[in-house]
Design a protein around this ligand. Sequence first.
Ligand SMILES: [Zn+2]
Length: 300
Amino acid sequence: MRRPKAVHQLTSAQFDAMFPVGDEDACKTYLVARRWPNGVVCPRCGNAKVYKLASGFHWQCEVCAKDGYRFSCIAGTIFENTNKPLRDWFKITHLILTSKKGMSARQLGRYMGFGSVKTAWLMGHKIRTALIEPEIKLGGIVEIDETFVGGKAHNKHADKRDGKPGGTASGKAIVVGAVRRKGNVVARVIENVSAATLDRFVSEAVSNKVSLICTDQWTGYRNLKKAFPHATIDHSRKEYVTGAVHTNTIEGFWSIFKRGVVGTFHNVSKKYLHLYVAEFQFRYNNRFNEDIFGTAIAGC
Ligand SMILES: [Zn+2]
């Protein structure tokens, strides 16, 4: 298979040239351009007729407040109420986007020269929140599978559905993913692998116009054939590819995800797992995006 051309990521040198140390205005100018590509609008009411104030990067809206609502370029973003320079936020965003396996709070803190890991941890999580993508509906050939995070590393297919009601695996967090071949992935933390849960996920992530859904033979997928063209692969018979029917693409995504979550972040608490899922989904879905950094900043 021919590989598409490499993704365009800013190098460290390009980043430093665009955002010189201490030059907060360069970051603000960039943020304004990404956040409001069609001109500044009021973050409160959406009014586009705002007045630029003499103090830089501030505007005033006369629509949503009697005496006028003054706002800055960071109003309503994750950068609001922070004592860290915008450049630090940009740098951490860049580090997260350029590391395939992600960066732990410890790594980020060390790189940034922060005294506390907590600061890096909080900033990293705010950025991950900004990377959560709006709803995506997948068409074409879609592969669906789940993976289990935490607990003991037994054989995946032996322990992941241990026969308990709802198919939960004790002590493990569950992530389900759907990927369109050569397209986007949608991944989500779920409570169990029951048919009801999986049906709900599929109805949210997969378009009615999907041409084929490939899964393994887990009974939780038994309802799919009622609504979609559905084919299964029997892993227990060491059957991994039958023509177009395979789940290799989603398995590939899980392997990147697991190397990151297990290798980089170690014990990810279930409470925050959805943020790491969002990070890996964003990087995957923007792997050919010529402007991945700008896309991320626009979402902040
Ligand atoms: Zn307004």
